[in-house]
Design a protein around this ligand. Structure first.
Ligand SMILES: [Zn+2]
Length: 524
């Protein structure tokens, strides 16, 4: 902190409670006590006449008796530091606080302002100051808003009304604020969404079907994976309302039966377990795969469902499989790059297979570990040889020094010649010693490489259980083991998803051997 404790001669404390807070018990004694303790740490003694207390005054205005006295005392130089327990004690208004602290006190009268709980001084560099002050403002402005609204929300919640926001899809606002009535048309869609989900469709598929039918969300937008998910998990459809993380009985009519809702949640949990669609992008290689032809990152196109009609008018759905596609081609067209689509499931499976080939000893015949060990010991041996050579050279130079010294002692050399020669030799010896030291450090590092064998075994352990690992972890693991993947597949006409023998895949392995995110993996 840049606070110059010695320079402070007349520190003061300001404390305030509003009449509301008096009831709730943010006590003045507490505030003053905390400030006095902090002052004691700095060795300041604050006399009673420099403790300014506004008891029962709101922070909304600066018109407060003790604050006015404090400002007057600052003006006449009787105070050189103002301490508060928390910034919002001074004011609940951003503009007022900035004007008072920065303009009036800090700039005009060189008075330092300090908040005990927010740890900043107004004499620290301006950047830090503004940052911390603004951060605190954002913080206490939220508090003020919360203070104002939470009482009303609590009451609405206890009465079974919605505490916040507009009704979700399926409901319209009721007569009384916070009540809801069923919107029959939307409720039908909600029930259908649950039915579709129970038949095994994913959020994205459901969104696609609704969008194809021209059904829109409450805000008139197309359905997305997220908005469908929001419906499937929303307990409001069970007739419940939510307030600050907990649910309670609502006054509105339910749309979904508890057994349907529970079945949907069970499906969702099981999908999460096997690492399905629920965990972000379903693409194992999203963001790390590039077109070898043009260098663009490949885009990911998730699975889509098309709604079609048979000749007899009955509806059926077809699934378009997910694929990776050259981003350059997507943006700039065929003339820029003619890379073809690559089936996602196929490519992801190939990469997993390559991981297994690299890291699983039984597939590699144990070669990867052996190679690592060989490489490590070759490296260590190489450094040892170099250190030996340098040490020998240092020894040679030292002997030379000895020879020159005896030559000088025998009167065979002039002092100038001797001095020059010796300082030259000493310089070389210094350089060689530095080189030896560096090599020794490298040797230590190289010895650490032995750990890599352990690491590789750990990786093998994980890869062996690949199919048990939740998808979001699989993605992380792939990113630890692989730097990036480049692919090339010439564009082709029909039957593009049948087989992909002509795709060329290059994996750039991450050689830094990072620790895998296995700490919290649900496997042993
Ligand atoms: Zn390309």
């Amino acid at each position: 902190m840049d606070l110059d404790i010695e320079a402070i001669k007349h520190p003061a404390i300001y404390a305030r409670v509003s009449s509301e807070e008096q009831v709730q018990g943010t006590s003045l004694d507490d505030q003053v006590d905390k400030c006095l303790k902090q002052a004691a740490v700095y060795g300041w003694i604050i006399p009673p006449e420099r403790i300014y207390i506004d008891d029962g005054y709101s922070g909304a205005s600066l018109e407060r008796p003790a604050l006015s006295r404090l400002r007057e005392d600052v003006r006449s130089g009787k105070v050189d530091l103002v301490m508060v327990y928390k910034l919002d004690r001074l004011s609940r208004n951003i503009k007022d606080t900035v004007n008072l602290v920065l303009e009036e006190w800090s700039k005009e009268h060189r008075v330092v302002f300090r908040s005990v709980t927010e740890d900043f001084n107004t004499n620290s560099p301006l950047g830090t100051l503004i940052f911390s002050i603004l951060a605190s403002f954002a913080h206490f402005e939220r508090d003020v808003i919360k203070e104002r609204t939470s009482n009303g929300r609590k009451r609405r919640f206890s009465e079974g009304r919605r505490a916040v926001g507009r009704p979700p899809y399926g409901y319209d606002p009721g007569e009384v604020n916070g009540t809801m009535k069923v919107n029959e048309q939307e409720a039908k869609v909600v029930r259908r969404m649950f039915e579709m989900y129970l038949t095994g469709m994913g959020f994205m598929q459901i969104a696609r079907i609704l969008n194809d039918e021209g059904i829109r969300t409450k805000s008139g937008e197309a359905w997305s994976e997220k908005t469908v998910r929001d419906v499937i998990v929303n307990r409001v459809y069970l007739g419940e309302v939510k307030y600050s993380g907990q649910y309670g009985p609502g006054s509105h009519e339910p749309i979904i039966k508890p057994e349907v809702f529970d079945a949907a949640q069970e499906i969702r949990r099981s999908k999460n377990r096997v690492g399905g669609r629920a965990s972000g992008s379903p693409f194992l290689l999203g963001g790390m795969i590039y077109c070898r032809n043009c260098g663009s990152m490949l885009h990911t196109q998730p699975e889509t469902v098309s709604r079609r009609r048979h000749k007899d008018g009955s509806v059926y759905y077809t699934v378009n499989r997910a694929y990776y596609q050259c981003g350059g081609r997507v943006k700039k067209g065929n003339s820029f790059c003619r890379a073809g689509y690559i089936d996602q499931k196929w490519l992801d499976a190939v990469i997993v297979q390559r991981l297994k080939e690299r890291f699983l000893p039984e597939i590699r015949g144990g070669r990867y570990l052996e190679e690592l060990e060989e490489e490590a010991s070759r490296y260590v041996q190489g450094i040892r040889t170099k250190i030996q050579a340098v040490a020998e050279e240092i020894e040679t130079k030292r002997r030379a020094v000895d020879r020159w010294i005896s030559a000088f002692e025998n009167g065979q050399l002039s002092p100038e010649k001797f001095g020059n020669r010796i300082s030259e030799l000493e310089k070389t010896i210094d350089q060689l010693s530095a080189e030896k030291e560096m090599l020794e450090k490298h040797l230590e590092d190289a010895k650490m490489r032995k750990i890599n064998v352990t690491w590789a075994k750990e990786v093998a352990n994980i890869i062996e259980r690949w199919d048990l690992i939740p998808f979001q972890y699989q993605k992380q693991i792939v990113r630890c083991l692989i730097d990036c993947v480049t692919v090339w597949k010439p564009s082709q006409g029909k039957g593009k998803h049948k087989s992909q023998p002509e795709v060329e895949i290059d994996i750039v392995w991450n050689r830094s051997q990072e620790t895998l995110p296995i700490g919290d993996l649900p496997i042993n």
